[in-house]
Design a protein around this ligand. Sequence first.
Ligand SMILES: Cc1ncc(COP(=O)(O)O)c(C=O)c1O
Length: 406
Amino acid sequence: MEEFHKVRRLPPYVFEQVNRLKANARAAGADIIDLGMGNPDLPTPQSIVDKLCEVVQDPRTHRYSSSKGIPGLRRAQASYYARRFGVKLNPETEVVATLGSKEGFANMAQAITAPGDVILCPNPTYPIHAFGFLMAGGVIRSMSVEPDDSFFPPLERAVKHSIPKPLALVINYPSNPTAHVATLDFYKEVIAFARKHEIIVLSDLAYSEIYFDDAPPPSVLQVPGAKDVAVEFTSMSKTFSMPGWRIGFAVGNERLISALSRVKSYLDYGAFTPIQVAATQALNGDGSDIEEVRSTYHKRRDVMVESFGKAGWNVTPPAATMFAWAKIPEPFQSLGSLEFSKLLVEKADVAVAPGIGFGEHGDQYVRIALVENEHRIRQAARNLKRFLASSDAVMPDNIVALNAHR
Ligand SMILES: Cc1ncc(COP(=O)(O)O)c(C=O)c1O
């Protein structure tokens, strides 16, 4: 039977193939070090868990909650933007709480897209950026991910040649998977471009607090006039190690926030109230929880870059996010990222995410997630050292032949 139209546009997650191998290897007794999925391993801070437990005792919180988020949570998000970015938001009209930023992004796509609308989307990128719009009937035009001068010529060409004219531009800095960070000057140019051509800007700022340089990543909404065209998505998942709680936000342009709220009002009743209350407390905290999360990833990053380097794999240190975007080591480049990732599971007991899972332009890379502790990262480096030292022996035969002819 023919596959449903929507499902046909959603190829099986590439990451599933590595996950399956990983599960098989574990079932056979292997100790796989999992640096694949971006699933934070740190526990949610105890005070946030305690608040949830306290609030859940009150039966009034067991009823349907509020789809756009309880007022206190929206106010807490507005205060965060004021404190962190100097951006003033009206919690009534410019803030909506979402069931994780992924849900917010996907439903924003549903809310604003007509069939055939053209969306400018980075490649490689976090899959929902493209697939949220594909599910909504949109068409994707891939953009560069480097936040520098090279970003704009393809954008100019896209505006000139796309029919219909692009509806929206997706940006994501700090980027998953590349870890690129944007400057405020870059955002100024993006907003000037978007205002001139009347293009919506959707900024994914899920990694706003996971940074290792002195300069924290800016928000696109810091640019004067950005609210005319832009909305921004943030997440509690990484900032407070709350991935399973499913709380994120969309903020910014009133018309877009209202469109998202309308769609959500038909779909959900909001997150469970005790979760929203605990999230409010987290956002209103003194920042020490965030500092701890950041410093844990910072230390892991340093251990990974140093130990992988010593093992023979030079990885560029990411300035932000919980990921490194690592070029496949030379002898294995012709394998492509999926086969290389499978080989790592099978021969080195290390799982990473193949770059192809983030788009065709990611195939020379793999993404390494800092979701195991320092000890385990060092163990991964030891495994990799052995693996890389025996590259001839572990290389599939067809690739050995291919390399010999190059
Ligand atoms: C760039 C980016 N955006 C959004 C998300 C989803 O986050 P949430 O848990 O808030 O849905 C992730 C999670 O990995 C991400 O990397």
